[in-house]
Design a protein around this ligand. Structure first.
Ligand SMILES: N[C@@H](Cc1ccccc1)C(=O)O
Length: 498
């Protein structure tokens, strides 16, 4: 039955009976009592249409076991039926009957059967000829809503046996109101120009405002979870006194991306298989000439205690434009600028921005991702300082347990991969890479000899995926992202605590 016409169907019944109980309406209209209550409530919104009174009544209902007995006969009746005229051994009877114990004791107290213990084993005999299963008869009356025909003593006994229960039924009693009508005129919800022009608004029945209705949720912009996590990282860096580096150029020369970082020109990462080269413009020529010479020298001949790589360094290779493969290119530019200051001042820098790699795309890799990078330059900073800062940094992200594994980067020595124990996943996850920048990188820039630089980098996507329990990066970044994920992401709904 369609829910919309239920109120009108109720009105028809009220018209017919003058007054009617909601339980009766549910039975007559063959629908759930709850639907009837809804329909009556909607009728109450029309002033004077109906009068409604709340009623409480008690009703006896069968339990599941009661219903089962109604179908299959009571235990006591079934025991009685199993006793033949010539009698049966008690032991055998107890074996073949269902729920024998209850049935037996009931049949005994009803005096339907008796036990004879004079022989060598107790025998059970019928005690009387009964015609009817009284219990089932009473259950049947309850089932047909005629519990008033069952004696109170019996009802209480059935309740004790958990075959029937008494429930309080709340219902609404509906009577015609002074403005009763069988046909419901739908109240008008919109005032139209037409109604104003022809004055028909004066006689229209307008629907009242419902000030308690939930409003429509205002449409608003949502930050993508990645951007939310990015601001959380930014906040942590700012709390630790770091300054944000300008990271707005995605296109970088190989010089800053690789050469300045003492990454040899034959290094496989500089191959087109790993790095995107741009064709227009394909080269950058505005490289600082003196510094370029020093970089060339350290690669090809060494210096500052290093032997260098001893190969023929080519400026053409350094001039090639690439989509930066890491934000460490930005750190290199910043450290070079720092070295040009007349007096060295310690710095703490960070950046969070996009980097690009020619990766084979899969569930956890895209050709671009965000890198989070921290750099500290000061006199005599050590590996110990790096470990200390990493503990502080990851502590702020909720990671207390860290492990470090020796690693290799062309620009850092020593280098360490960082692992963090993820309490949620109950396992160690790789969370970043770090190290102390090599003299081969720092000295050609012109930084004083006692200045060391420690740095670390991690991706933004990985912790976000772990946080949101997303196992395919395409569900987080790109055209397949489900916007509901963005709207409903817990990260977007609250201040995050990674
Ligand atoms: N550039 C490194 C991260 C890193 C930054 C700074 C120091 C050491 C490592 C990477 O791309 O993984």
């Amino acid at each position: 039955m369609a829910a919309e016409n239920l109120p009108e169907l109720v009105l028809k019944q009220v018209d017919k009976y003058e007054s009617v109980d909601s339980n009766v309406l549910a039975a007559v209209l063959e629908t759930d009592h709850q639907n009837i209550i809804g329909a009556i409530k909607s009728l109450q919104c029309h002033e004077g249409l109906v009068e409604v009174e709340q009623r409480c009544s008690k009703k006896w209902l069968l339990t599941d076991e009661g219903k089962q007995l109604l179908r299959e006969g009571s235990y006591e009746y079934n025991i009685y039926k199993l006793v033949p005229h010539e009698g049966i051994s008690q032991a055998r009877l107890m074996k073949i009957a269902i729920n024998a114990k209850i049935g037996f004791s009931k049949a005994m107290s009803n005096k339907w059967i008796r036990v004879d213990k004079s022989g060598n084993m107790p025998m059970v005999f019928r005690n009387m000829e009964i015609l009817e299963d009284e219990t089932v008869k009473d259950l049947d009356l309850i089932q047909c809503s005629k519990s008033d025909l069952v004696r109170d003593r019996v009802l209480n006994e059935l309740k004790k046996r958990k075959l029937a229960t008494e429930v309080v039924m709340k219902s609404l009693f509906v009577k015609k109101g002074e403005k009763f009508t069988k046909k419901l005129e739908k109240p008008v919800t919109d005032l139209t120009t037409q109604m104003i022009q022809d004055y028909s608004w004066q006689t229209k029945n307008f629907k009242d405002y419902n000030y308690n209705a939930m409003g429509v949720f205002p449409a608003a912009g949502h930050l993508h979870p990645l951007m939310k996590v990015r601001s959380a990282y930014r906040q942590i860096f700012l709390e630790m006194g770091f300054t944000e580096m300008p990271t707005n150029n995605f296109v970088e020369s190989a010089f800053w991306n690789f050469d300045a970082l003492f990454q040899p020109q034959q290094h496989p990462a500089r191959d087109a298989h790993d790095t995107f080269f741009t064709s227009n413009p394909s080269i950058s020529t505005n490289l600082p000439p003196t510094y370029l010479e020093r970089v060339k020298a350290v690669h090809s001949k060494g210096g500052f205690g290093s032997k260098g790589y001893r190969y023929d360094w080519k400026v053409e290779e350094a001039q090639k434009n690439v989509l930066r493969t890491h934000t460490t290119a930005v750190s290199a530019r910043m450290l070079y600028m720092l070295a040009q200051q007349p007096v060295f001042k310690p710095v703490k820098y960070f950046s969070i921005d996009r980097v690009f790699r020619n990766e084979t795309l899969d569930a956890t890799h895209l050709a671009e991702f965000h890198q989070v990078e921290g750099v500290v330059a000061d006199r005599s900073v050590t590996l110990g300082d790096l470990v200390g800062i990493l503990y502080e940094f990851f502590h702020k992200l909720g990671m207390e347990k860290l492990r470090f594994k020796p690693a290799y980067n062309p620009y850092t020595e020593p280098s360490m991969e960082i692992f963090g124990y993820h309490e949620g996943l109950k396992k160690w996850v790789e969370i970043g890479n770090s190290g102390v920048f090599r003299p081969e990188m720092l000295r050609p820039m012109g930084l004083p000899e006692d200045v060391n630089v420690i740095a670390w980098g991690l991706s933004l996507e990985r912790p976000t995926m772990i946080k949101l329990q997303i196992d395919n990066i395409r569900n987080l970044v790109g055209h397949k992202v489900d916007l509901e994920m963005v709207y409903e992401s817990p990260i977007c709904a609250m201040d995050i605590n990674m």
